[in-house]
Design a protein around this ligand. Structure first.
Ligand code: HEC
Length: 162
């Protein structure tokens, strides 16, 4: 190999290694949470199963997103339910689902057909199961402010006040 060629290979090697190092450093700089999912549940498998059934039967996904699942044909601007267990207590959920008029607990800005329906007609055991499930839907501390902000934007219909 001629000296000229060697120099060129060396130069290429330096550029490639430099680019790799640059990328590596940049990745470490970007937020360490970027690729983590902030949501998790503390529910047992039995609770997940039982509550999942009720959630399906009652068509909550017609209006709400949960674990990225929602009915795309519906455009009700209801808050996402991921992380809700870090916002309200289990008792709060039970009272909310049991209220004849949930809007007395949480006011609505929407037309009646889009508002949170009352689930007071469900058997108490089902309301308790739903409440326990909702309370188990947690968000990691580092994303809590973002969940609060997104919820506020849905409830008020404006990003500005949140
Ligand atoms: C017709 C649409 C609709 C359906 C169906 C529905 N919700 Fe809602 N829900 C809403 C809306 C809209 C709100 C926000 C308050 C309002 O505008 O009434 C809400 C609020 C809530 C909240 C409080 C959220 C917060 O930010 O504090 C919870 C929890 C909730 N719903 C759970 C459920 C569950 C569980 C089901 C099924 C059993 C369900 N919802 C079914 C529309 C709906």
């Amino acid at each position: 190999m001629r000296t000229g060629e060697k120099r060129i290979y060396l130069l290429i090697a330096v550029v490639v290694l430099g680019a790799m190092l640059w990328n590596f450093l940049r990745q470490r700089e970007s937020s360490e949470h970027d690729r983590e999912i902030p949501f998790y549940t503390t529910a047992s498998a039995a609770l997940l199963h039982e509550a999942g059934e009720i959630y399906r039967q009652q068509n909550c996904k017609e209006c709400h997103t949960l674990w990225t699942v929602r009915n795309l044909m519906q455009a009700v601007p209801a808050p996402a339910l991921d992380g809700m267990g870090s916002i309200h207590s289990e008792e709060w959920f039970f009272e909310y689902f049991s209220a004849q008029n949930p809007q007395q607990i949480l006011p609505s800005r929407l037309k009646e057909e889009y508002q949170m329906p009352s689930f007071a007609h469900l058997p108490e055991s089902e309301r308790r199961t739903l409440a326990a499930y909702m309370a188990s839907l947690k968000v990691r501390d580092w994303d809590l402010d973002e969940v609060r902000r997104a919820r506020c934007a849905k409830l008020t219909g404006s990003e500005n006040d949140c």
